[in-house]
Design a protein around this ligand. Structure first.
Ligand SMILES: [Zn+2]
Length: 220
């Protein structure tokens, strides 16, 4: 699958609203049969377009408190390390590397005052002069949070090859390797990745194939 037609977009829009919409309801809505709805949805999953079906909880019913936003200006050379160091914090909801004056944006889940103190301490404990500037604010109310709005004209999917990291929109070759589904632009890329994965498992290669591929990319 490398293109989304109008029917695909219709199915996906409905699932974005409610991922529990039944095959029968989707079939009625699109004038397709239930088996062909099933086939289409399986294709979205196999191609990696649908990453997972999940739920949205009202976090306020579980956690008392408010979430926070942190904008950080971090030494670019330390960015990766800092992101890794604080990534494990259970408070982080979203971490984004940004362009502009600040280069790291963190949004947290709702936190109690005690948790806020703990989290701020953790950020302040980042060693050395890695963090050059830090601005934080308490999020008062999430005004709205809505899913992506899909276009209503057919679109081509953009997929990044797990081996060569090239963005492509043709036929997809996929296989579950090292714990998750990987996508390749060609059988050759798949073969090379599998080869690396095998060596990694055997201990002949010390770097995870994902990191190997990234290294190769920066060399170019
Ligand atoms: Zn490739």
């Amino acid at each position: 699958m490398h293109k989304l037609d109008k029917t695909d977009l219709r199915i996906l829009s409905t699932l974005l609203e409610d991922s529990r919409t039944s095959y029968a309801a989707l079939a009625r809505e699109t004038n397709l049969t239930i088996p062909s709805i099933k086939t289409r949805i399986q294709k979205y999953i196999d191609s990696g377009l649908i990453e997972k079906f999940t739920i949205i909880l009202d976090t306020q019913m579980i956690m008392r408190g408010t979430s926070m936003t942190f904008l950080m200006k971090v030494k670019p050379s330390d960015l990766d390390q800092i992101a890794k160091d604080i990534y494990d914090s259970p408070f982080i909801a979203n971490m984004t590397i940004t362009s502009g004056h600040y280069n790291l944006l963190i949004v947290t889940h709702p936190m109690s005052d005690k948790d806020k103190l703990e989290f701020i301490k953790k950020i302040n404990s980042i060693p050395g002069d890695s963090v050059m500037e830090l601005a934080s604010s308490i999020n008062l109310e999430t005004f709205m949070c809505k899913p992506i709005e899909l276009p209503n004209t057919p679109i081509n999917l953009l997929i990044r090859c797990d081996y060569c990291h090239r963005e492509f929109s043709g036929e997809i070759f996929s296989k579950a390797i090292l714990g998750r589904k990987r996508y390749f632009c060609s059988p050759l890329c798949q073969e090379k990745y599998e080869d690396r994965a095998e060596k990694y498992i055997k201990g002949e290669l010390f770097t995870h194939p994902d990191k190997e591929a990234k290294k190769a990319e920066t060399k170019d």
